[in-house]
Design a protein around this ligand. Structure first.
Ligand SMILES: [Zn+2]
Length: 519
């Protein structure tokens, strides 16, 4: 038995709770809980703020972990910085090994650098180099990488684009090149997952909806085996609801044939929805739009899957009672998915079919999403970088109706995430951006009518996450009978200035009754 006393508990008048093993068994006032603990341990939380364990409803846990070990480009602001970083990283590799970097963002370049093949050749010609943009939907490669990947002007890629002269890869072209890379060993994959999980714990997260199956190996079984193994060996410190993605419906069918479907698994690793990706990103101008980009009038982005294939996926999933969640950022992708869901989603949406990202859309589309009760997976941290580019990409009127987070939250089942490693997962930052809709990196903001209040934003990152993952019977409340998954924060974020919420500190993260992070 362990008593946590002197706490300020979100949505509760109580100040203390008692944990037996992995379960909260009693809540009440300090003295009463102390007495109930008997000879058990008493932990005084000194008035700190306790919430249910934070959730991140859409991320890529294994990619997050592997990014933490790879070349990170999020702090690069100019040519010199890039040169130094790439050369230093290349020097740590064996001859001929690939330099893989991630996280660059043109809007952070202060010297106007246009990142392309020529620049990378100048910086590093001895190793193949591939650098991915922060969104992961666009990458730039050098000549050596083009040679190694066997790409030439005749290479055609479905659902992707190669701009050979500039060395730019878009969408499926990145997977095409990634498949030429050596597959990481099981040990490396395990390391990536554990590293990602530890990063989550340090940010107060105890459960994630995560898309991993194709992230480090093109054979989904490799990662599936790793995740199952880690869960059986009791080595996971975040609960993973796997958002299962496949290269084609055939792969998905063989997965189903093997007996996998929604809910198969255990308390730490469970099969969740089928995840599909239908378009690209706003930053990379690859999100599929009904009308062209305002700042690139020839371009309407790309649909990365044709409608027939999407329907095949959806129907196959539903036959096995698996929900479908679709990455849809542009309003054309949203429209296509709304039409497909209209034909295929069960009345009232009991399976929680949904849309991941929910960025560019019209008011009419938003109303359709709400009317169909679709699950929305939003990423408030995207506001930081996107507030700056939104209007120039899509114009004033499309911008105004976009990222309608409060309306979605109040209208339908909506949960928050980071899409890590696109943004590094940080629910406190997510809460701040949901409340302020103001960038901190740029002098920019989004439509202030869609600002959420703090309690709504906290719910996005716990209650709503658990509800989305069908876990809310046992998780998401500090109450008797609920699992001891909770997060301790140094102060009550409801009383902070909204612009400062991300500065609050996670002091302790408890998963399944075990302290998995402590400051
Ligand atoms: Zn994602």
């Amino acid at each position: 038995m362990r008593a946590y006393i002197n706490a300020k508990i979100w949505k509760s008048e109580d100040t203390a709770f008692l944990v037996d093993g992995n379960t909260i068994v009693q809540t009440g006032k300090d003295q009463e809980i102390e007495e109930a603990a008997g000879k058990g341990e008493i932990i005084d939380l000194n008035g700190m703020f306790v919430t249910p364990g934070f959730t991140d409803s859409h991320m890529h846990l294994a990619s997050l972990g592997s990014l933490l070990d790879s070349l990170r480009l999020d702090a690069i602001t100019d040519y010199e910085g890039l040169k130094k970083a790439v050369q230093k990283y290349a020097a740590s590799l064996e001859n001929g090994q690939w330099v893989i970097g991630r996280g660059y963002h043109e809007s952070r370049f202060t010297d106007g650098m246009v990142l392309n093949r020529q620049i990378l050749d100048e910086i590093c010609s001895s190793h193949p180099v591939m650098l991915k943009r922060t969104c992961g939907h666009v990458a730039v490669i050098n000549s050596k990488a083009i040679e190694e990947a066997g790409i030439d002007e005749n290479t055609e890629i479905e659902g992707g684009r190669i701009r050979l002269e500039e060395g730019i890869l878009e969408e499926n072209a990145i997977d095409y090149v990634s498949e030429k890379l050596p597959v990481p060993s099981e040990k490396e994959m395990i390391h990536a997952v554990e590293k990602g999980a530890a990063y989550c714990n340090a940010h107060g997260i105890t459960a994630v909806g995560s898309d991993d199956l194709l992230s480090l190996s093109s054979d989904y079984r490799d990662m599936l085996n790793v995740l199952e193994k880690l869960s059986y060996q009791d080595r996971l410190t975040v609960r993973i609801n796997e958002q299962c993605r496949f290269g084609d419906p055939k792969q998905f069918a063989s997965f189903l044939d093997d007996g996998y479907t929604m809910d198969v698994g255990n308390e730490f690793f469970k099969i969740g929805p089928l995840k599909i990706i239908t378009d690209g990103s706003l930053g990379g101008r690859t999100a599929a739009m009904r009308m062209p980009y305002t700042d690139e009038p020839e371009n309407k982005g790309v649909m990365t899957m044709d409608e027939e294939e999407i329907e095949t996926f959806v129907q196959l999933a539903h036959r096995f009672n698996m929900p479908v969640i679709a990455h849809a950022i542009g309003d054309e992708a949203v429209e296509v998915m709304l039409d497909i869901f209209k034909e295929n989603t069960y009345e009232g949406n009991p399976l929680h079919d949904g849309l991941v990202h929910c960025q560019i859309m019209s008011k009419a589309q938003m109303r359709r999403i709400i009317a169909m009760n679709l699950a929305c997976y939003i990423q408030p941290q995207f506001i930081d970088a996107d507030a700056e580019i939104l209007e120039s990409r899509v114009g004033k009127s499309r911008a105004k109706a976009s990222y309608p987070f409060k309306s979605l939250y109040e209208g339908t089942l909506t949960s928050g995430g980071s899409d890590a490693p696109v943004e590094m997962c940080d629910p406190l930052a997510g809460i701040q951006f949901a409340v302020t809709r103001k960038s901190v990196s740029f002098d920019a903001e989004m439509n202030q009518e869609e600002c959420m209040d703090v309690d709504q934003a906290i719910a996005l990152f716990c209650e709503k996450g658990y509800e989305t993952m069908f876990m809310n019977d046992e998780y998401g409340k500090i109450a008797p009978g609920y699992k001891a998954d909770f997060t301790v924060i140094d102060q009550d974020i409801r009383e902070m200035k909204p612009e400062e919420i991300s500065k609050a500190k996670i002091m302790m993260t408890v998963s399944d009754g075990r302290t998995v992070f402590e400051r």
